[in-house]
Design a protein around this ligand. Structure first.
Ligand code: BGC
Length: 248
């Protein structure tokens, strides 16, 4: 079965039809720069064009880098503030004329990793973190997602975890992998203390570079890199469209 997945981020919007038997993109993805300012209208237009470009007819899953409850985006850390309170699902439905499911980007990546990647068959408490512009989180217990955990905004030492240890901070502040890993480790140790996870999966843009910083991480919890790299969001979005996540 194929479902279209679209992954919206602060800098790019990526999408492709997904083969859900294989857990992989059915055809190469398309990428468009996120419009600036990233207003709901401007982003919805890009989504509409992308769906038309694939000549897609069928359900669509869309990720968004914010809290998403019942199709409504409730925060906007790294996107235009007009998204706060916007009915994202309805907006994308109108722009595409197709059924749309919207969910948090890290939750989508986590769902994909649990089904097809680093979390496959993992029981107990699994915490996936994505390191990119911000830090996203997805928390699972026996494979069931607790949506919208937003642990990147956990305050550590008086600042949001993502303001210290997002991947974007490493590049902006020109930190060495070792310096950055020390910050990541502090976040991981704090989360470990709060949630006692059985496994932590580190994903997002940095999953490919895991060999450069994993050796510096010192948690007692098992840590593994995500396996689906940049496609996790697209694949998870498609998966969510078939399994509609209930966000109570
Ligand atoms: C947002 C989250 C998102 C994460 C990764 C954070 O700033 O609040 O909703 O999952 O960035 O994009």
């Amino acid at each position: 079965m194929q479902v279209m997945g679209i992954d919206i981020g602060g800098s790019g919007i990526k999408g492709a039809p997904v083969d859900l038997e294989k857990g992989a993109l059915a055809v190469p993805r398309q990428r468009t720069a996120t419009p600036q300012p990233s207003t709901p209208q401007a982003v919805a237009e890009v989504v509409g064009r992308m769906v038309k470009g694939f000549d897609w007819q069928g359900p669509i899953g869309v990720t968004f880098p914010s809290v998403v409850q019942h199709g409504v985006t409730l925060s906007a850390a790294n996107v235009d503030k007009a998204w706060i309170g916007a009915h994202a699902e309805e907006l994308f439905r109108q722009a595409t004329g197709l059924p749309v499911t919207v969910l948090n980007d890290a939750d989508a990546a986590g769902m994909a990793e649990m089904r097809y990647g680093a979390g496959r068959g993992e029981k107990g408490v699994v915490l996936l973190l994505t390191f990119g512009t911000g830090i996203g989180s997805a928390l699972f217990t026996d494979g069931v997602l607790v949506p919208n955990t937003e642990l990147g905004h956990l305050e550590i030492g008086g600042r949001d975890a993502e303001d210290r240890a997002a991947s974007s901070v490493r590049t902006e502040q020109d930190l060495s992998w070792k310096q950055w890993a020390r910050r990541v480790n502090r976040v991981l140790e704090h989360l470990e203390m709060l949630f006692s996870p059985d496994l932590m999966i580190l994903g997002g843009g940095i999953s490919k570079d895991h060999a450069r910083f994993f050796p510096y991480l010192k948690t007692r919890t098992r840590i593994v890199p995500a396996q689906l790299y940049n496609d996790a969001g697209i694949i998870g979005a498609a998966l969510a469209a078939t399994e509609r996540v209930e966000t109570a």
